[in-house]
Design a binder for this molecule. Structure first.
Ligand code: F0G
Length: 452
């Protein structure tokens, strides 16, 4: 199954993330890991000139080109794994998957005064970047555009994923648009109705798994392997390429002056991994002079990364450790969860994940950026989701983790009040009853109950 070692003239290739292993594969490979079982990165031989900053800026006047309109493909030189002439519209149209330029088009950082007040910081120092205005309603469209581009490049007939909901919506949408099949594995009864209905609407084949997301991921990987499916979960390195454009857009709007912090909710850690890779590349190329710190916010009920990173399991603080992470500690933690019957449990179902598949890339990102990890409660996330709404922006409960996570880290003195912070609001509301229930309960801090 493993494709042959890369041909040396290629500009883009795959490389194992383990520095002691470092196996390389041709860009056409569909492996999500090397033959020793380590994750892969997309690597580029060329160092992009920072004069591209000007070109990216000019493309915001799209001149009718959907690949300029797209907030993903606008940065196509920085994710040119197709190795095409990026100025040639015909080559772009033939190769790059896009929903008419809509992915990433509306996402950029905004000041939100009510959210800043809630967090307890000056409005000038906090930006929140809604990714919910992507065509399928979450940040997943950024990475799905690139993963499905790679699927198309290798001629895949079917894409496969496991999902807490948003991934399946994005996968279903692009698959339908490209005329390829899509199987989605979902934890039965544990995903927001709005997400499930999108997968049906886009014609995806839903496979209900009696278990949680971690079980669904295992089953979907087996299906992909045994039935020639192409995996589009974030363990796919091409997903990570597209998700790099989330920090690219944030940095561009800040004139490439890095903020002090970039804050994400933590689930499978694809976002953390892609932000880390984006920052590593930009720093290496000299595009940014300062490295923002990444803060990952877990739910209290699904806190694997926080537990391990903060030394709450066996008193050891798990680190990337320059490519020598203590993977046995991770295995023992998972064994411990199984033995004690501990299942991830949070109302923020998007991040109800016990075994973050990208944990090693996530740790690498945290080490590079001197990052931090913390947890927030369900009621904190609901409050933050509601406050974001008061600024006229819609986000889902898991996204509330970014805003309330900043609040918590400020209260703990980890984030300073004069730091500049970008928080990512990962998806829009797809569980219509959640805000209704929140506002009908006067005990909730920001509830605005109905009058009669
Ligand atoms: N926020 C939202 C709205 C999500 O849907 C997810 C993940 C995350 C945050 C966590 O991001 O995995 O990169 O750490 N949802 C996945 C899904 C797992 O299947 O839709 P992550």
């Amino acid at each position: 199954m493993f494709s042959s070692v890369m041909t040396m003239q290629a500009d883009a290739y795959l490389k194992c993330i383990d520095p002691k292993c470092g196996l390389e594969y041709a860009i056409e490979s569909t492996n999500v890991e090397c033959e020793k079982g380590h994750m892969l990165d997309v690597k580029y031989k060329n160092k992009p000139s920072d004069s591209l900053k000007e070109i990216f800026y000019e493309r915001r006047n799209s001149q009718g080109n959907i690949f300029n309109e797209s907030g993903v493909w606008r940065f196509r030189e920085l994710l040119n794994f197709c190795q095409i002439d990026t100025e040639d519209i015909e080559q772009c149209s033939k190769n790059l998957v896009s929903l008419d330029g809509a992915e990433g088009r509306l996402s950029k950082p905004y000041h939100m005064s009510k959210a800043a007040e809630f967090v307890g910081i000056s409005n000038d120092n906090l930006w929140l970047q809604p990714e919910g205005y992507n065509p399928s309603g979450s940040f997943k469209d950024n990475g799905m555009a690139t993963a499905v581009t790679h699927a198309k490049m290798i001629g895949a007939k079917k894409i496969v994923c496991a999902s807490t909901g948003n991934t399946s919506a994005a996968a279903g949408m692009f698959a339908a648009n490209e005329g390829i099949n899509c199987d989605v594995y979902i934890p039965a009864g544990q995903i927001a109705p709005g997400k499930l209905s999108q997968a049906y609407q886009f014609g995806a084949q839903i496979v209900e798994v009696d278990g949680n997301f971690d079980d669904a991921l295992k089953q979907s990987l087996d299906d992909a392997k045994n039935h020639d499916g192409y995996t589009v979960n974030s363990i796919n390195p091409f997903r990570i390429e597209g998700q790099k454009t989330i920090p690219f857009r944030a940095l561009e709007y800040l004139n490439w002056e890095a903020p002090d912090w970039i804050v994400y909710p933590g689930g499978a850690l694809g976002n953390t991994s892609s932000c880390g890779k984006a920052l590593m590349e930009l720093y290496e190329w000299g595009w940014i002079k300062k490295i923002p710190r990444i803060a990952v916010i877990n739910s209290e009920g699904a806190s694997t990364l926080s537990d391990l990173y903060n030394g709450k399991f066996e008193d050891e603080e798990l680190r990337w450790n320059k490519g020598n992470p203590n993977t046995e500690l991770i295995s023992r933690y998972y064994d411990h969860l199984d033995k004690e019957g501990l299942r991830p449990k949070t109302k923020a179902t998007a991040i109800q994940i016990g075994r973050p598949a990208n944990i090693l890339k996530g740790l690498r990102a945290l080490e590079f950026t001197n990052g931090v990890v913390t947890t927030v409660s369900d009621s904190d996330m609901l409050d933050a989701m509601s406050v974001v709404g008061l600024n006229g922006f819609d986000c889902e409960m898991a996204s509330g983790a970014s805003a309330v996570g900043v609040k918590k880290l400020i209260n703990e003195g980890i984030i300073n009040k004069d730091d500049k912070i970008v928080g990512i609001l990962t998806g829009r509301q797809k569980d219509a009853m959640l805000p209704v229930d929140y506002h009908n309960n006067p005990k909730n801090e920001f509830a605005n109950p109905p009058k009669n």
